[in-house]
Write a protein that binds this ligand. Structure first.
Ligand code: HEM
Length: 411
């Protein structure tokens, strides 16, 4: 039954909320993309497969809402618990304006020495010769410390925050808004929520007449229609700034290191060549996107690439699929470090919700790889014999769960 069903663009068994399926869907997505720009999948969801159609949906915030975020069908999140990516205009617009101040290219540029020093210190702790898991000791630790520094949180809290973020992303919470502890963020993760509330209270107590300079204080000072944001909303947004980039940037750095350790010629191509490395970062983002898709809800009847969509229908914008659209990327399933249009991928989304952390993620990845290449001589690190790539368990993410390596091999 598989082949004819796919030919007509119907893949009723495909469930992108199941990690085993979503992360292994490349052959199915290639078939769906060939068959139709909008496929019907499990539960009657619509999956947008092609580049142009994905961009059209992401551009149209009037017809397609973010309110359900990454939640599974039927799961409702109270408005005050919503992340920036779960807000629609008009509230989205002023809140985003404040959130992006934490992540401007100027802020990121100023953080570069900290990123470089932190990356070097983490890698100096890797024994040579010896063994290490680069995920645990480097790809998770680096973005985490950078986030803590950028948000002005106490450096000593970094490990605690990383543990909370990992637990949250790997739990059922992103899909269901609950864990065994309870429903909603504060019930599901009381310690994490309590920590954020404490940070907010500390900033609120220090709130003065001066122009606020840090993002937490800016969020507290923001008024929308003359009203400050409810504290619960500020808590959701601070959580968003803490967790939004942690696991995704870890996956990016992990995917890049995995490529360096497995693809002949890549290390030579990017060593001492910043432009080549910058392009390789985008090619990794295109081919192994840390975020595989973004969901939307159809607000009113609309059409996507000729397919009629009804109000209330749920869409999955297949950004990872779009990144392999042969109409845009020649030889799309192959990693080509010198691909001229690699940065046209949709891995950071597109339009009004495009990722404000893109510049930070790219910079952390580039400086992280540079530090790795400085620390280890050519060919002196290899994956432990018998290594098998295993994905992280988060259903919409793609990256190595572990990168066990041996260091100190003769180059
Ligand atoms: C490789 C790393 C990253 C990837 C692949 C990624 C991916 C994405 C995507 C696809 C969106 C759009 C979601 C949508 O349209 O519904 C998004 C939005 C967002 N990202 Fe990232 N992201 C990354 C890193 C970061 C970092 C470092 C931060 C910083 C804290 C961050 C914070 C956010 C926020 C706050 C939004 C919501 C924007 C809005 O809705 O206006 N992300 N990200």
């Amino acid at each position: 039954m598989g082949a004819p069903a796919i030919a007509s663009g119907i893949a009723t068994a495909f469930d992108p909320f199941d990690p085993g399926q979503a992360q292994d869907a490349w052959p199915l997505l290639a078939e769906l993309r060939r068959a139709t720009p909008v496929a019907t999948i499990s539960g009657g969801l619509r999956y947008v497969t092609r580049y142009a159609a994905c961009r059209a949906v992401l551009r149209d915030v009037e017809s397609f809402s973010n309110a359900s975020g990454f939640k599974a069908p039927g799961v409702e999140v109270p408005p005050e618990d919503r992340l920036l990516g779960e807000l629609d205009p008009p509230l989205h617009t002023p809140v985003r304006r404040v959130m992006v101040t934490a992540l401007t290219p100027r802020v990121v540029h100023a953080a570069e020495p900290f990123i470089e020093d932190t990356a070097a210190a983490l890698l100096d702790a890797v024994p040579v010769p010896g063994t290490a898991d680069l995920v645990a000791c480097f790809t998770v630790a680096l973005p985490n410390r950078v986030t803590v520094q950028l948000l002005g949180l106490p450096a000593g809290d970094a490990d605690r925050l990383a543990a909370w973020a990992k637990e949250l992303m790997e739990s059922e919470f992103p899909a269901t808004n609950r864990t065994a502890r309870g429903e909603g963020f504060a019930a599901a993760f009381p310690d994490f929520a309590g920590y954020i509330d404490e940070q907010i209270e500390r900033r609120a107590a220090a709130l003065g007449d001066d122009e606020p300079t840090d993002v937490l204080t800016r969020l507290l000072s923001l008024t929308v229609d003359g009203e400050p944001l409810p504290r619960r909303q500020v808590r959701a947004l601070v959580r968003n700034l803490i967790t939004g980039g942690l696991t995704t940037t870890s996956q990016l750095l992990g995917n890049l290191l995995h490529a360096l350790l497995t693809m002949p010629g890549l290390e030579e191509a990017v060593r001492d060549n910043e432009a080549a490395l910058t392009q390789a970062v985008d090619e990794s983002l295109r081919l192994s996107p840390p975020v595989l898709f973004v969901p939307r809800g159809c607000v009113h009847d609309a059409t996507v690439a000729g397919t009629a969509m009804q109000a209330g229908e749920r869409l999955i914008v297949g950004t990872a699929s779009a990144n392999r659209d042969e109409d845009v990327f020649a030889d799309a399933a192959t990693f080509r470090a010198d691909r001229p249009n690699a940065d046209q991928h949709l891995t950071f989304g597109y339009g009004a919700h495009v990722c404000p952390g893109a510049s930070l993620a790219r910079t952390v990845a580039r400086l992280g790889v540079e530090a790795f290449l400085r620390r280890f001589s050519p060919g002196s690190v290899r994956l432990t014999p018998g290594y098998q790539f295993e994905n992280v368990p988060t259903y919409f993410e793609c990256g190595p769960r572990r990168l066990p390596v041996e260091t100190g091999r003769p180059g």
